[in-house]
Each structure stands twice: as C-alpha cells, then as structure tokens.
Design a binder for this molecule. Sequence first.
Ligand SMILES: [Zn+2]
Length: 541
Amino acid sequence: MRLPLLCLVLASSLFAGPDKPWPQTIPEATRHARTSTVAEVRTFMEALRKRNPALVPYHPKGAPKTTEAGAPLLAWRLPATAKDAVRVYINANIHAGEVEGKEAVQVLVRELLQGKHPELRKHIDLVICPAYNADGTDGLDPAIRRHQPNPASGVGRRENARGLDLNRDLMKVQAANTRWFLALLQDFDPAVVFDLHTTNGSYHGFHLTYAPALALGADADLLTFNRRLLVEVRETLKKEGLPTYDYGNFAPEERGGGAWAPDKVDTKPERWETFDALPRYLSNYPALQGRLGILSEEYVYRSYPDRIADTRRFVTACLGWIAAHPAEVNRTIAAARRLPAKLPLGAELKETERATFDLVDPIKNAQGQVTGEKSQRSVELPSFVTFAGKDFQDLPAGYLVDAAFAERVRPVLEAHGLKVLPGRARSQAPVRHFKETGRTVAKGAFQGVLSLDLQGAWTTEAPARARTLPWDAKSLDAALYIPVQQRHGRLAFYLLDPRSPDGLVHWGFFHEVLLRSDGSWGTHRASRSSPWAAPLPPRLP
Ligand SMILES: [Zn+2]
C-alpha cells in the first residue's frame, strides 16, 4: 500500500519546477566509474543552462570551431552581476589524461548557479573550457596513466590527434586549440588564466601544487602580485586542512628528484625546484600579455574523487581571493602593459624562501599506484620557485622579416595579437643585421621540430659575403615590419629575436634558410648569416 505513495512523492520532486534535481556530472552519476566525454560535458552544461540562462555558450571571435580532427572546442560564459568584475578564464584537460579539472569546473559552475558562492557570482566574469584537448578527451583508455587511481573508463590522451602536446604550443601555434585560446585572449580579454593539471609522478606531501605565471620577461610587479595571490590562498587552504605549495620537484635528481628512494634514507635533497620560465606553457604565456596565470597540479596519487574535490577547492579559493581584490587585480593588469627598455633572453632559478617539505617513501603496487607510505619525514629546504632574468637586451624599434616568409609567419604573429605592418612603415633608424656566432641544433625532434638555438648579436654591418639575397631598399619596403612599441611588444621580442629560447627561429620557421648544407647559395660553406633585419634590428639568412 505504501509503494505507490512513495512513487508519487518522487515523481513530484522530479518535475516540480525549482525543486527539480540539478544535473549530475558523469563521475557523480556513475559513482566515479567514468570521466566525461566532450559530448557529455556539453549535455551537462546545456542542462545547467536550462536551469539558469545566465550561463551562455561562448566562442571567441574569429577562432576555429573545432580541432583539426573535427572535435568541437566548447566553452561557456557566466557573466558577473557586479560592474567592477574581473574576467577569468579556466582551461581544463589540456592534457586529457589529467581529468579532474574537467570534472571540477563543471561542479563549480553548478555551484555558482545554485547560489553557493554569491561573492564569486558578483565579481567574477567567468569563461570555462572543460575539455580543451577535445581530441584527447574522447580517447579514453584504462592503459593511460596507470600510476594514477583512475575511473574504470580510463582517462584520455596527453596529446592531440596530431601528436602535439598543447601545453608546449603557445608560441609556435601549430594547433587549432592554440589559435582558439589566443583568440579568446583578444576577445574575452581575461585578467586571470587558470590551467588545470595533475602531477606526473614525483612524491611529496602536498595534495595540490600550483604555480603563478613564470614567464621570462614579464612585468616584475605583475609576477610579484601573481605569487602573492597564491601564497595567501595557500595559507587559507592550510588552515582548512588542504596542504598546497608551489609546483616543483626535489633536486638534484640523484638525491631525490621525483622520488626519495629508500636506500637514500641518510641523504636528503638539496632543494625544491619549480619548472620552467618559457612562455610555451599555457599558464606562463598570459603574463607576456600582462595577465595573471595560475597553474594547478593536483597530486596524481590521490583518489579520483579526492582529486576532483581538491581541484574544485583550490580553484574556488583562488576565485575567492580575486573576488575580494577586484580593483587591485585590474589595476595591476593595467600597469603591466608598460614596456621596459630591455628584456632578458635567459632566466635562472633563484632561492625564493626556505620551506618545509615531506619526504615520502611510498609503497607502490604493480601499476605504480601509491598504496601506502613506508615512512615520511619533514625537512626544511631552500625553495627555488621564482626566476631572475639574465642576458638583458635593448629592445629595437621593431623587426623586419623577409617577405619570402610572410605567408608562414604573418598568421602566427597576428594570432598572437601583434600588429604587422609593411616594411615601408619602419623606423628610419639604421637597419641592423643579425650576426651569428654560434648555434645548437637539437639532436632529437620535439613536437615534430629539430629546434635551433642561435647565439649572436645585432650589427649595422651588412653580412660580409653574399650568403643570402642582399637587403636593398625594395626588399626592406616589401618586408613585414613588426614594431615593438605596441600592446604586445614583449611578444614581438620573444617571437622574433633570433636568440629567443622559445621564438620562431627555435621552432624552425626559418629552417630552410638557416639549416643548409655546404654549397648552398653558391658559397663555399654553409651560410651562417641571417633573413631578418631590424631598424637597429632582422633579414634571417
Ligand atoms: Zn599536465
């Protein structure tokens, strides 16, 4: 007799307007047996939209709609309700085996729509892309990242369908996803960019590690502010029982880099070191455009539900800090547009502070998953989590790139938001040429490129021999001219200086003219001069 009544009550709760249940994410609906596909992310987000139309699909103006393989690039925007809002973009699943960010941002948007974070709704104008590496997202396979406790569905692939690691592509822009992201920076103009990951394998006691933007040559005050934000969030989370710290590894390698081996019980690492100051990473790059970056790296050995929960807590805490400082964030961003007279070509790690770290000796199963700890002890170590610039160079008025390279180079420069002018618009200062003094060609390919690193200097002397087509007034007028005094002048330097460690020379855009066999150009030896010039800058050979 009671059963029909029970059914009646359930049915009314399902269909009654405001009381109907909120949509569940795929992990919630499957007791964490699965992670979402791209289509399932779309279904969930569209179900949220039905509950609250404030959430809208977002597509950056002029951006590709799909990857090269045809997977859709999907994002949603939840505008702020207050006027002094901070625009924030959250990127997830760039490495599609690192799935917790993808799941956490879906939960976060639902919570925002449920009214659980009124201050964030008010002050944060939010865009999220839960499945940035859309190709990799749907390539679920239980054989991927087996050291990570995974849902039974398995997780996606690190690379896109072309085999590219999208988190190394920000400068060279080989992938449609990168063109999409760069278009978003221009169109949505975020003050803060998050990129959500999972660590790859080192052992430590933090549930989540993070990094501010670490880009070589970014505005110093911006980087200091970026770090302050994260230190203050760390302290808040520590009080709430979530241990976090700057992303890094123990060093040197033989003394615990990655793992603290049991046979090294009497030794300890010398220091803790963060990763890299190059702008090829999605969380570093925004700083070169005067924006804040936040890398989130959930600890790989935590359980799948814990990883989703930690990531959501960390992102929510950062957004809380931002929502509490909207004017300060926007002021810092505006001030970071100043262009300095010099920029560094290199960076070295510097000791930032001393901090306490847990050395963990893990017990692992056959898949490499951590099932327990043999021991754990705390050590205080110097922490190298920031960089100092070195090898500072005066900025030229601009760069001239031979018109022969326009078809390849112009779309990349314009994707970065750089203004590209005809050569005749160049400054009338004397033109300098790049004189190479040394080079390193990579022994192996990375991202399909044998990279090239040049040493040398700019000189007003024309190349000594006719190793290249000579620059004359006509070819200078026909060249591409990229002035440095423009909104993204820092990027002009790091893309076009031939010595830049992450620039177009490094990534092979000029390889046919720079990597040649003896006898080319009718000369006795391979050319070592260059097709750039610069008003008081480049024709690279
Ligand atoms: Zn990653």
